[in-house]
Design a binder for this molecule. Structure first.
Ligand SMILES: [Zn+2]
Length: 440
């Protein structure tokens, strides 16, 4: 991974004018990003569990760590004691975001001046998922609420439960055998019978937005909903279940208060820190490589499935039952990971998951040349349990289970420019299509 931040950093804390940045960036003042090289993962994992560093990429050989000003000296000393080298990649995170924001604004303006057709999301309506900006939670909900009106037979949108703060978690079901009928009437019904005869119905589950700051994840999930609705060759023969926003409280919080928030917003008794890592809370070998400290970004919770968000997802997945493909969307790194995450031992169907993973990656590469590396979650060096994928494999016994780290490779990280939403969505769509065609 070539520097998240290959940009030159000359700014210092004093030069930052945080007034120009929205308030959800302000508490990142003084935060730095350090990169430590390969090896000594137990040291990094220990620091992460203590809650003094935020590991920004979990799957690569090099680690980027976000460190708040009050912890920098401590981490420096500890790395030195362990003979570990590090480089400061961002001296001032606020300046980095400031640059990214201005670049984003410039690109937005130039797109407008190209008089491209502007997408519309008003205060109370959103007919399509936006591709030229990230959607607020309200906009997503408007889009979802309009889906069933515009596709009453094909699409079903239901709440599978509530978040800690009482927000609905929405599940979109695009029903097999309904697409052609909706689009082509009687003629479609005939084509539908033909198609179903030649193909076996597969069931897919796609989870987006489990980690709040990974904005590209729900954006891609919404793109996929739109794609499945409009491409009958895929939705006619597959039962598709998509939860675009699994952590609505956290997502809302990244818009209002802290752009780098990852967890849910659970209040933890006897702690000044909030939030459980929803991708460390699932009940399969729970507690490996996660943290017992509520201040850690990978806090596992008081018990497995302690959180209403993971409970809702678990119950809805169990209700669907036989799921052929489970895909959990995260960012960043462009990696497709298969279980296990909790151990280096191979999971059942490892060879099949690898083979089909390569087929996905081949499809995803075609349009824009983006590479997605297919690797084992634990990678033999970084164990973590309690994620959706291990549970789906170990308890639900789904054959094909993956965590997909979306764009990018690290240049922008979580601050992926919004003009990449469409391309990121399209390449994942191409990968899924290739995958499903090969499976059928
Ligand atoms: Zn994630």
């Amino acid at each position: 991974m070539l520097a998240w931040f290959s940009v030159l950093w000359v700014a210092t804390v004093g030069l930052v004018n945080s007034k120009e940045l929205p308030s959800n960036y302000h508490q990142l003042r003084g935060h730095q990003v350090w990169q430590v090289s390969d090896g000594m993962d137990d040291v990094v994992q220990g620091l992460e569990a203590e809650g003094v560093v935020d590991v920004l990429d979990h799957s690569r050989s090099r680690r980027s760590l976000r460190i708040a000003p009050q912890h920098q000296e401590y981490v420096h000393n500890l790395l030195k004691d362990n003979n570990m080298d590090y480089k400061i990649h961002i001296e001032e995170l606020l300046s980095f975001f400031q640059e990214e924001e201005s670049a984003e604004e410039e690109s937005r303006l130039s797109r407008r001046s190209e008089s491209r057709e502007q997408q519309i999301c008003t205060a109370d309506s959103c007919p399509q998922p936006l591709t030229d900006e990230y959607m607020t939670l309200d906009q997503m909900e408007w889009y979802l609420s309009e889906l069933t009106d515009s596709h009453p037979d094909l699409v079903d949108v239901s709440s599978i439960g509530k978040s800690v703060e009482g927000r609905d978690i929405w599940l979109v079901h695009i029903k097999a055998g309904k697409c052609r009928e909706e689009k082509e009437g009687k003629r479609g019904r005939r084509a539908k019978r033909m198609a179903r005869r030649s193909m076996e119905t597969k069931t897919l589950w796609i989870e987006g937005g489990l980690h709040a700051r990974e904005w590209i994840s729900p954006a891609v999930a919404l793109r996929l909903i739109d794609n499945f609705i409009n491409d009958c060759s895929m939705s006619e023969t597959n039962e598709v279940y998509i939860v675009p926003m699994s952590n609505p409280d956290g997502y809302k919080y990244t818009w209002t208060t802290d752009r780098m928030w990852r967890k849910n917003r659970a209040v933890i008794s006897n702690s000044e820190c909030k939030g459980v890592d929803l991708n460390r809370n699932w009940d399969y070998h729970w507690g490996v490589g996660a943290s017992k400290s509520p201040c850690s970004e990978v806090y596992q919770g008081l018990s497995a499935f302690s959180e209403p968000e993971t409970q809702a997802l678990r119950d809805a997945m169990k209700k669907v039952g036989d799921i052929d493909l489970v895909l959990s969307l995260h960012s960043y790194g462009q990696v497709l990971m298969y279980p296990w995450g909790w151990t280096a031992d191979p999971a059942p169907d490892t060879e099949a998951m690898k083979k089909m993973g390569d087929i996905f990656a081949g499809g995803a590469r075609e349009r824009h040349g983006s590479t997605y590396e297919v690797v084992n979650s634990a990678g033999g060096f970084y164990y973590a349990s309690g994620a959706t994928d291990d549970w789906a494999k170990g308890k639900l016994n789904s054959k094909y289970v993956y965590t997909l780290e979306l764009r990018d490779g690290g240049k922008h990280g979580f601050k992926l420019p919004s003009d990449q939403i469409l391309d990121a969505g399209n390449e994942v769509w191409d990968g899924i299509k290739r995958f499903l065609n090969a499976l059928n």
